[in-house]
Design a protein around this ligand. Structure first.
Ligand code: HEC
Length: 128
């Protein structure tokens, strides 16, 4: 009895995951533009206008820790991470920066809502 219940739970979890995947790809950039309000305490969206954090202009597709104008203000850990910012790496980063890159200087607890993260990522893609 127990066993069949846990199989059913696993099947339900698999269905939930399958349903969540396309949602991650199709973020809403307009909603993301609003959802980045807390990010703006530390980040601008204007090219090379750096604040506590590096400018987010052009961040999508960039190698982590590589904006020359932010230079030595990056943590060694982020520079050494070898990450490139795409849908998957940004999703993990925005969920919990220090869980992805231990020792990062981005002291932000993370966005726990997957839809909010997908929307923010969709918006970041529009910033050239
Ligand atoms: C408390 C300030 C702060 C907040 C709030 C914050 N960040 Fe950051 N962010 C930083 C700092 C500082 C870094 C550089 C981290 C390092 O060098 O380890 C960073 C780095 C990043 C990077 C990597 C940039 C690169 O050039 O590699 C991205 C992407 C990013 N932040 C996005 C966001 C988003 C999106 C939000 C909002 C959900 C956010 N940040 C909120 C301070 C902040």
């Amino acid at each position: 009895m127990k066993r069949s219940w846990s199989l059913a739970a696993m099947a339900a979890a698999a269905i939930t995951l399958a349903a969540a995947t396309p949602a991650m790809a199709a973020g809403d950039a307009a909603a993301g533009a609003k959802a980045i309000a807390p990010c703006k305490a530390c980040h601008s969206t204007v090219a090379n206008k750096n604040m506590i954090g590096p400018s987010l202009a052009g961040v999508y597709g960039r190698k982590a820790g590589s904006l020359a104008s932010f230079g030595s203000r990056y943590s060694k850990q982020l520079v050494a991470s070898g990450l490139t910012w795409d849908d998957a790496t940004l999703d993990k980063w925005l969920e919990g920066p220090s869980a992805l890159v231990k020792g990062t200087k981005m002291t932000f607890p993370g966005l726990k809502d997957a839809t909010a993260r997908a929307n923010v990522i969709a918006y970041l893609k529009t910033l050239k």
